[in-house]
Design a binder for this molecule. Structure first.
Ligand code: DGJ
Length: 726
């Protein structure tokens, strides 16, 4: 009822606030454009919400930018262009003016669209801005088309342009590498241009991320300052450009990267860019993260309204040495520990070519009956008998040179004509050419066949361990080779749409050599992503902190693994390992049969405890309290349920020195007037809880004064459940 009422109110607001102001608002933000038919459209303002009758205030306060809403190359003051084309007669210049404006209700919100046309050639650019009525996010995307006989070449076509008002802006973004993804980088934006690019071709978040935050008023702060967040929703190559010109403002552009990616646009064809999702808050980085998380759960993450299962993944437990006996015993183990899902990772497939090493059989998605004589049926039956679900690993975009697939379809490989493909993992891994519809059918068929043969299959871990290193497609014509980077991802999205249409309930994890596919181009089709192949709990604190800037906890797969850790060799107590994984989507990835009875008993308790806070961790609002990057020796964060009745608090000791000092943990997001009982979770049997456990405090006290925690010993940790008592 409420939604309908709000919507009709929104629609009652006229498109023209004054003669040519166009205002678009979410509950707490507004975007303002100004334009007159036949003239340039200007982007005037993005920031705190202004009421329709207050748009004039923005101008009166001198707080507006007067930039072209979509800067183009070649005719004017030479801005950094969003659009750069080559017209059929060789001309490069465009001059776009406003032709028409459309405002209408769309699913969940309102769309404001401006149609711009070139003053000389029949080239049309449609700028779309979608505002949600109950989420503080605006999605923008661009559609380009033309009516000329010969193709127009798009050399650059950004999803969107955003002028930012500020003089001391700082950028927060994520960087890393395999095994060290999502590290946080914060830096001042000085004069010149900061460019964030990815050119892997297949995955796009190992080294850099397509999401950024810009703190407009100086050093980034969790709780204060105007912050703009932006996420480019694209799984392929991208470039984000932020420049500071003299005069104090910043220009932000984001879109598909243009290197090797000219798009030949045919007459009547519409090139639609990926969406760029932006959000704003005057209350610091924390609120921008919460805005992204809420938006993701509601619109850009599969099953964002459902709690995730607690799982055991077989990879670090047995690696490729999968067999029926081990799988069955792992199924029993996770059931016994209180988990809900078992995932059989790599190693289960291949007939002519065996998957005993990582250099063969990708593409041959048939059960290796030597390893699994009872096939998948025996395993799903075992899972059902133990009351858990069953999931499986695939890497369907890839083949090995040692595979029946490659023997049958050597032309399905991404490779320039006349050259040998450059193989990846195992010296034999190849990338399938998803621009080819036959390959798309094949990849869809991998999932379809598995689900048909095994309808009980509940979960798929979709891996991708290869970059696009040998650029070329035998499917695309010679004069359209430059479409490959984009067409590959369009092809992948086609496949994912088909899978989602046919199997809406299937849970899927986006894995790409760990955290290579943490982005909102991919996530609408996936329930979660594998944060990193690095399961070391200490390093995970830093990586999960970074990822939390943009991605909600329910999407971040975090597994308790063995000690010493297989990637870093570090020895970390089981309690700390659980405490880190419990702050995200908890799972396990080890061989339970190698655990002691004491460790198993502890795991059972921790899993049971996680279940009590799972709704607040996975659906609640995140408040980051003490950053691991601030070098205070500790780190802390908490989640608060949307109704404020529950919260979950986490603290980790990251350094261990004699006479060490660390701050009191001041909480956030609670109701100041309410009272909360604190209970320590994840305690080993018989251990004494921390002093605050069992006590009641007011929300105001917890937020203004906080609590002091002993955190004695190396890798101490504390997980608290907060329950409102009044
Ligand atoms: C890379 C993934 O990131 C790992 O978790 C695991 O699934 C392996 N591939 C399997 O080959």
């Amino acid at each position: 009822m409420m939604r309908k009422w709000l919507l009709s109110l929104l629609l009652a607001i006229p498109a023209f606030v004054s003669a040519d102001d166009y205002l678009l608002s979410t509950p707490h933000t507004s975007m303002l454009f100004e334009g007159t038919k036949g003239q340039s459209l200007h982007f005037c303002y993005y920031g705190d919400r202004v009421a329709p009758d207050e748009a004039g205030q923005v101008r009166a306060a001198g707080l507006y930018t007067y930039a072209d809403a979509y800067p183009v190359f070649g005719y004017g003051y030479n801005p950094e262009p969003a659009l750069q084309v080559v017209l059929p007669d060789g001309q490069l210049a465009l001059q776009l003016v406003l032709d028409s404006v459309e405002r209408r209700a769309v699913d969940g919100g309102e769309l404001l669209a401006f149609t711009l046309r070139d003053t000389k050639f029949p080239v049309c650019v449609k700028l779309n801005y979608k505002a949600y009525q109950d989420l503080d996010v605006i999605e923008m995307w661009t559609e380009v088309s033309h009516e000329m006989k010969k193709p127009v070449v798009l050399q650059q076509c950004a999803s969107g342009y955003l002028p930012l008002r500020g003089t001391e802006a700082w950028l927060s973004h994520l960087y890393g590498n395999w095994g060290a993804e999502s590290f946080l980088q914060q830096e001042p934006l000085t004069t010149g241009m900061k460019v964030i690019k990815n050119r892997d071709g297949v995955r796009n978040s190992h080294t850099r991320h397509a999401e950024v935050m810009v703190s407009l008023d100086g050093k980034p702060d969790e709780r204060s300052g105007r912050v703009v967040g932006a996420a480019l929703c694209w799984g392929g190559n991208y470039n984000l450009r932020i420049s500071k010109e003299s005069g104090g403002n910043y220009d932000f552009l984001a879109g598909i990267d243009n290197l090797g990616a000219d798009w030949h646009l045919e007459r009547g064809e519409v090139f639609r860019t990926p969406e760029l999702a932006v959000t704003f808050s005057p209350q610091g980085l924390g609120q921008v993260s919460r805005n992204f998380h809420r938006w993701a759960r509601a619109t850009h993450l599969a099953h964002g309204d459902k709690l995730r299962d607690i799982l055991l993944n077989s990879w670090e437990g047995v690696y490729l040495a999968v067999d029926e006996g081990k799988m069955k015993s792992m199924i029993k183990d996770i059931a016994d520990l209180g988990g809900e899902l078992f995932v059989m990772d790599d190693g289960w497939f291949g007939r002519k070519y065996k998957r005993d090493r990582d250099n063969a059989a990708l593409g041959d998605w048939e059960v290796d009956t030597a390893k699994l004589p009872g096939g998948l049926k025996a395993l799903t039956a075992e899972a059902a008998a133990n009351g858990v679900k069953f999931g499986i690993w695939i890497e369907p975009e890839m083949a090995n040179t040692h595979s029946e697939l490659f023997e049958a379809h050597p032309d399905w490989i991404v490779c320039p004509e006349g050259r040998e493909p450059l193989p990846g993992r195992g010296g034999t891994q190849l990338l399938l050419d998803l621009s080819n519809p036959d390959v798309q059918d094949f990849v869809f068929g991998v999932v379809d066949r598995l689900k048909t043969a095994c309808p009980d299959l509940a979960y798929i871990k979709w891996d991708a361990n290869m970059s696009l290193t040998s650029y070329g497609s035998s499917y695309l014509p010679a004069d359209r080779q430059s479409h490959l980077y984009t067409a590959y991802h369009e092809g992948l999205l086609n496949v994912l749409r088909r899978i989602r249409a046919k199997y809406p309930d299937l849970v899927m994890q986006a894995c790409a050599s760990g955290g290579g596919r943490a982005n909102y181009g991919i996530l609408p089709y996936f329930d979660e992503f594998w944060v990193s192949d690095n399961t070391d709990a200490l390093q995970r604190v830093y990586m999960q902190w970074g990822a939390s800037y943009f991605f909600p906890a329910m999407s971040m797969a975090s597994h308790v693994s063995a000690s010493p850790n297989h990637q870093t060799g570090r020895r970390i107590p089981l309690k700390f390992r659980f405490a880190v994984a419990m702050s995200a989507r908890l799972g396990m990835e080890l061989q339970p049969s190698a655990m002691s009875e004491k460790e198993r008993a502890y795991s059972r308790r921790a899993i049971a405890d996680y279940k009590t806070i799972r709704p607040v961790v996975q659906m609640g609002d995140l408040y980051r309290l003490v950053s691991p990057y601030d070098d205070k020796g500790v780190s802390s964060l908490m989640y608060v349920a949307p109704d404020g009745r529950e919260a979950a608090f986490f603290a980790y000791k990251l350094q261990h020195f004699l006479s060490q000092e660390w701050p009191a943990f001041r909480m956030d997001g609670l109701d100041p007037a309410a009272h909360y009982r604190l209970t320590e979770l994840g305690l080993p049997e018989g251990a004494r809880p921390v002093g605050v456990s069992g006590k009641v405090f007011s929300g105001r006290f917890l937020m203004n004064e906080g609590i002091s925690l002993p955190l004695s010993g190396e890798y101490a940790s504390c997980v608290l459940r907060l329950e409102r008592v009044d």
